[in-house]
Ligand binder design. Structure first.
Ligand code: SAM
Length: 271
């Protein structure tokens, strides 16, 4: 079951860019149980909702309303930031933690898909990634981003996105077949809600969208579920100085400047 949009920390409604988007917007409003406002250009100011889910063609975006609101949050795998991340070398740590290269076309379950950035990196490194996301709104954003990338003219972008498959809902409710995946990847991590910290604006919007659904206990439970699956390893992304999740000792860690990947080896990846 996906987490309903009503659990967000913000009041949310749907608006659309052009009259041709009306049907898609209405279907989405019914699906998510959100109010449908109508054309974006017709909306009254100030907007009575704190954020709008904007429909523009097949692309979705979340836009906070009000003065000084940051730009829209959308899933754009072809963005400069994603292309930069591809070249920056930071992906090597994630790839090493996951065991990329130890097996051809690693099959990964990303149990905390979010905006799909890590999953895209893994798909770009050659893995086949199934992404599971429990927030219904986030899952819709992600689906629109994957579909846009698959349909892109950019062959690289399209071929990477074709290695990504989304399932909306709670990861712990998945029934995995024995050996279906090689690695379960979990990133339950959030930047601190500390106003002094420079939490990136898009991540701040993302956190408000998810509301209070994230907790340490829930993350430890998710790790327990992952460790009980028939996979070769489980990898958990953590802030570099944070304690490990759960009780089980970590097999080894791959450390970056700000994040750490805790690797739980259950069996050999090459077996
Ligand atoms: C920190 S974000 C992950 C960011 C992601 N790694 C990325 O690169 O964009 C965590 C996400 O996991 C989702 N999530 C947390 N626990 C989950 C669970 N048990 N089942 C499915 N999704 C979950 C949250 O809704 C949130 O969107």
């Amino acid at each position: 079951m996906a987490t309903p949009a009503s659990q967000a920390d913000i009041t949310l409604a749907i608006a659309f860019d052009a009259p041709t988007d009306a049907t898609h917007a209405r279907d989405l409003a019914l699906n998510l149980g959100l109010p449908l406002l109508g054309l974006l250009a017709d909306q009254q100011q100030p907007c009575p909702y704190q954020a709008l889910l904007l429909v523009a063609g097949r692309q979705l975006a979340v836009q906070l309303t009000g003065k000084g609101a940051p730009g829209p949050l959308r899933v754009d795998f072809g963005s400069g930031a994603m292309r930069h991340r591809r070249k920056s070398g930071a992906n090597e740590l994630l790839g090493r933690a996951m065991g990329i290269g130890k097996k051809t076309q690693l099959r990964v379950l990303d149990g905390t898909a979010g905006l799909g950035r890590d999953a895209f990196v893994l798909a770009d490194l050659g893995a086949r990634v199934t992404l599971c996301e429990r927030s219904a709104v986030v899952a819709h954003l992600l689906r629109s981003g994957i579909e846009a990338a698959v349909g892109s003219d950019d062959d690289w972008l399209s071929s990477v996105a074709q290695r990504m498959e989304l399932r909306a809902g709670e990861t712990c409710e998945l029934s995995l077949l024995p050996g279906q995946f090689d690695v379960v990847y979990l990133d339950p991590m959030f930047p601190p809600r500390d106003k002094r910290a420079a939490v990136k604006k898009d991540m701040a919007v993302f956190q408000r969208l998810l509301g209070a659904s994230a907790s340490g206990a829930a993350a430890a439970e998710l790790l327990g579920w992952a460790l009980a699956q028939d996979v070769a390893r489980v990898v958990v992304k953590r802030p570099v100085r944070a304690p490990a999740l759960g009780e089980r000792p970590v097999s080894h860690c791959i450390r970056g400047k700000t994040v750490r990947y805790d690797v739980y080896v259950l069996r050999s990846l090459t077996a």
